[in-house]
Design a binder for this molecule. Structure first.
Ligand code: G6Q
Length: 551
């Protein structure tokens, strides 16, 4: 199989990079007044402006040639057709079936999954509505006031991100809490203010073997049993979402309280499944349907838009341009919306777990860069923190900035100031500030010529730092669904270009095995000598220092 770097289209991009790498976007904008119209696209209420990128028409042409020759469209169709494209785990990749609002069947291994998807969604909504309308009662016949979702990674980040993002749509008299960390502080801090009689736990684990989740679930069960005498009554306080029904049953979850997942949904792509139960409880069935509809709209766009107008394809190819030709090692995701504060963390897993790989689909080591380091935070807060490096650091950090044109409870004074920041930052990152501008600014402040000469180098900003801007009307469920799905498909396209399987995660599995092995040793409590000197030293130090009362 030809490596992407050996393709003539890749070589053409290398040659083109040498020709355009010194172009400054400031000059490009001056020469092309229609750059915004030319390099922006719209999907429903989402505007995607990619004009502040270090691209020319030829760059886009060459990047799309690369996408074409790497068979992006064919791979996309194979994914939607349910082919076993996750070849290392022998699985289809069908998270798109979870939001397939059409009548089209979608098959995994020859079986249409849609009937099961719909019936499971119905069950999820029924439970959610029963909790929301106070019909679901705890063991002492009280309604539920608090839902605690116990899960980690893909069984946690999506629901957490979405319930935070959609706070304005949340039901008021119900609180949703999340416990992911095996560190007892997490569950202790959460449970200390809750009442077992009015708490419902969701144990969310596809495998139902993940140590963190299982230990927290046991603690939750013990906490419930302090107040609830009869173990049979736990059915009123514990439900599970899993692909491992046998393990959930063995744990004591009643069969009618087990919601199914399938092996063709990867954890980090699973918030559309029953893993999204906390979201449905929080925002209700109709809003969850809108979230699915938003994702479906993005799926349809990805399936049908020509490559040159296909938002996830463009997002992906711009990422390839910086990652593989400019040598950029990271990307920043910067929402200008407080409720999106977990969006970067969510994307960090989606992207880095999918494309953080160094072996290609043929089992060979790659000789090119793959997935970037994705980081991010709320844009406004980051301006007062790490934007310094974005503006004047030695590294090129392409950034995505996202903002709503309006807010649910919009206060014009706040919102206008917020928007002025995103526009100003993106402009400054693009334009920079040259010596002439910096000098004029200092002269205006009345500084002496000598002082100006000393300070000037520090006041110059190189600019030419790329940003993509996503503006959407308001962060409603539909828009959030679309945004997430656009990113999912971007990640997919990049995986195809890099010839990776984006849907396995052996690195995560390794962590799970290692910890279990060392846990056995900690439980035994006798000194160890079977690791390297450092690991032996640390384990033995811990065993010596561990206070006896913890055990
Ligand atoms: C996601 C990963 C990983 C997984 C967690 C939790 O794609 O596989 O983050 O979701 O390790 O796994 P369980 O859901 O099996 O507990």
């Amino acid at each position: 199989m030809t490596r992407p770097t050996d393709l003539p289209q890749w070589k053409a991009l290398e040659a083109h990079f040498d020709a355009v790498k010194d172009l400054h976007m400031r000059d490009q904008f001056a020469a092309e007044p229609d750059r915004f119209e030319k390099y922006s696209l719209q999907l429903n209420d989402i505007l995607f402006d990619f004009s502040k990128n270090r691209i020319t028409d030829e760059t886009m042409q060459l990047l799309l040639d690369l996408a074409r020759v790497c068979d992006v469209e064919q791979w996309r169709d194979r994914m939607f057709a349910g082919e076993t494209i996750n070849h290392t785990e022998g699985r289809s990749v069908l998270h798109t079936a979870l939001r397939n609002l059409s009548d089209r069947p979608m098959s995994a291994a020859g079986t249409d999954v849609m009937p099961e998807v719909r019936s499971e969604l119905r069950r999820v909504k029924d439970l959610a509505e029963a909790v929301r309308t106070r019909q679901w009662r705890g063991a002492s016949n009280q309604p539920i006031t608090d839902v605690v979702s116990i899960g980690i990674g893909g069984s946690h980040l999506g629901p957490l991100m979405a319930t935070e993002a959609l706070r304005p749509y949340a039901i008021h008299d119900l609180k949703i809490h999340y416990v992911s960390n095996i560190d007892e502080n997490h569950i202790n801090n959460t449970l200390e203010v809750l009442n077992p009689e009015t708490t419902l736990f969701i144990i969310a684990s596809k495998s139902f073997t993940t140590q963190d989740t299982m230990v927290n679930a046991e603690t939750a069960k013990a906490w419930l049993l302090r107040k609830i005498d009869n173990e049979a009554d736990l059915t009123r306080h514990m439900v599970a979402v899993t692909a491992n029904v046998a393990a959930a049953t063995a744990f004591g979850i009643a069969p009618e309280n087990i919601f199914k997942m399938w092996d063709w949904v990867g954890g980090r792509y699973s918030m559309w499944s029953a893993i999204g139960l906390p979201i449905v409880i929080s925002i209700g069935s109709e809003n969850f349907d809108a979230l699915l509809a938003g994702a479906y709209a993005a799926d349809e766009h990805f399936r049908s838009a020509p490559l040159a107008q296909n938002i996830p394809v463009i997002m992906a190819m711009l990422g390839i341009w910086y990652n593989n030709f400019f040598g950029a090692e990271s990307i920043a995701v910067l929402p200008y919306d407080q409720n999106m504060h977990r969006f970067p963390a969510y994307l960090q897993q989606a992207d880095m777990e999918s494309n953080g790989k160094c072996v290609d689909r043929a089992g060979g080591a790659v000789n090119y860069e793959t997935g970037p380091i994705l980081f991010g935070e709320i844009g406004i807060a980051s301006q007062h923190a790490f934007y310094q490096l974005l503006h004047q650091g030695t590294k090129l950090v392409p950034a995505d900035m996202l903002a709503p044109v309006s807010n649910f409870r919009c206060i014009a004074r706040h919102h206008r100031a917020l928007m002025s920041n995103i526009f100003a930052q993106a402009e400054a990152l693009m334009r920079g500030k040259d010596e002439v501008e910096a000098r004029a600014e200092l002269q205006k402040s009345g500084m002496s010529a000598e002082a100006i000469d000393k300070l000037l180098p520090y006041k110059v900003f190189p600019g030419n730092r790329p940003t993509n801007i996503f503006l959407f009307y308001t962060l409603n469920p539909q828009t959030l669904g679309s945004l997430i799905a656009l990113y999912e498909h971007k990640i997919f396209v990049q995986g195809i270009i890099w010839n990776l399987n984006s849907f396995d995660q052996w690195g995560v599995e390794l962590g799970k095995q290692l910890a279990n092995h060392i846990l056995d040793e900690l439980n035994r409590g006798t000194p160890v000598d079977n690791h390297d000197a450092s690991t032996n030293g640390l384990i033995n130090y811990y065993l010596r220092m561990r206070p006896r009362r913890i055990g």
